[in-house]
Design a binder for this molecule. Structure first.
Ligand SMILES: [Zn+2]
Length: 330
């Protein structure tokens, strides 16, 4: 199905021998009914997307501790059941910014559940550590691969010709979307790239974008990049240790420096040190590596031995990253 906008033409002739293509008021794309006339052709579908994404998120988060690992189960259910369902057919649509934002919020609740993070943790944690690709990126990827499939598919000349006609109409919203994705990927002609090459370009553009976003979050300075992008971090499970690790990686361990802690208290300076007349900035690095208040625990759990062995070779910030599971990206 091709969505054509802003044209008074109601039928198209592809070749003299080929059939005429008639315009229609309602079309079915991959089983989804779409009104082809008017501006709000996919509004109802967008509302449904949000509703079903939310329902999935609630069901997934209703998983109990008895049984399978909740983190792994939630991640699999979201990727294999929820996402394919609510993004069904979206490759041929232009989804509004508001809907994308709403879906991203719902995805973040699932990511926070998987990683056992508070909702205040950065969305970047979900994209990187839980491996849940940002919704906008999922949509773009689907659309551009779909467009590529239409124009580069050598066997089906008819849909190829119609797709080319739609893509040459620069006023069409879907065409505009495809063009802007192409510009981002540095592709001028879709027919000149292979599907494998297109996928590689999409991947590297997505990673580059996330790197930039991560840089802008000072709370994520101890977060190493994932070994494999858009996959659940292999060390993740639903244990308490993993919750603590992830909260430290996210720079959101509930110390009271970013938001009130479990006692409802907020601090800029470490309260333990302040009680001893020393002023120290309160953050995860201070608690883990520096604060005398946690000295005994640091000693008894081997953190101190780890730190002493590394201190001659690297900065405390690097030790912190390494301790939280970082490694040099190869
Ligand atoms: Zn302290």
């Amino acid at each position: 199905m091709i969505l054509a906008y802003g044209t008074n033409q109601h039928s198209w002739r592809v070749s003299d021998s080929g059939p005429d293509i008639e315009s229609s008021m309602v079309a079915k794309h991959l089983g989804v009914d779409i009104g082809v006339q008017g501006r709000n052709l996919i509004k109802p579908r967008e509302a449904k997307m949000i509703g079903s994404a939310r329902a999935y998120a609630h069901t997934i988060m209703g998983c109990t501790r008895w049984g399978l690992d909740r983190s792994l189960t939630a991640s699999k259910l979201w990727e294999c059941c929820a996402v394919p369902q609510f993004l069904y057919g979206t490759e041929a649509m232009v989804i509004s910014k508001t809907t994308v934002k709403e879906l991203e919020k719902i995805q973040h609740t699932v990511a926070s559940f998987i990683l056992q993070l508070p909702l205040s943790a950065s969305q970047v944690m979900g994209w990187m550590d839980a491996g849940l690709k940002p919704i906008r990126m999922r949509l773009n990827e689907r659309s551009i691969l779909f467009a590529h499939c239409l124009v580069a598919n050598k066997k089906d000349n008819l849909s190829k010709a119609v797709a080319q006609a739609t893509l040459s109409d620069r006023t069409d919203p879907w065409t505009k979307r495809i063009m802007s994705i192409q510009t981002e990927l540095g592709i001028t002609d879709l027919t000149q790239v292979t599907r494998a090459n297109l996928k590689r370009r999409i991947m590297s553009s997505q990673i580059a974008k996330l790197r930039v976003i991560k840089q802008s979050h000072s709370s994520l300075k101890w977060l190493w990049e994932p070994e494999k992008w858009f996959k659940l971090n292999p060390q993740t499970n639903d244990s308490e240790e993993c919750a603590a690790l992830n909260q430290f990686r996210a720079g959101d361990a509930g110390l009271g420096n970013r938001r009130p802690n479990h006692l409802g208290l907020s601090y800029k300076q470490c309260p333990w040190c302040r009680a001893h007349g020393v002023s120290s900035k309160l953050d995860e690095q201070h608690v883990l590596l520096d604060c005398p208040g946690t000295g005994f625990t640091r000693f008894s759990t081997g953190v101190k031995a780890f730190q002493d062995a590394r201190l001659a070779m690297m900065s405390k910030e690097q030790i912190m990253k390494e301790y939280l599971g970082g490694m040099d990206p190869v």
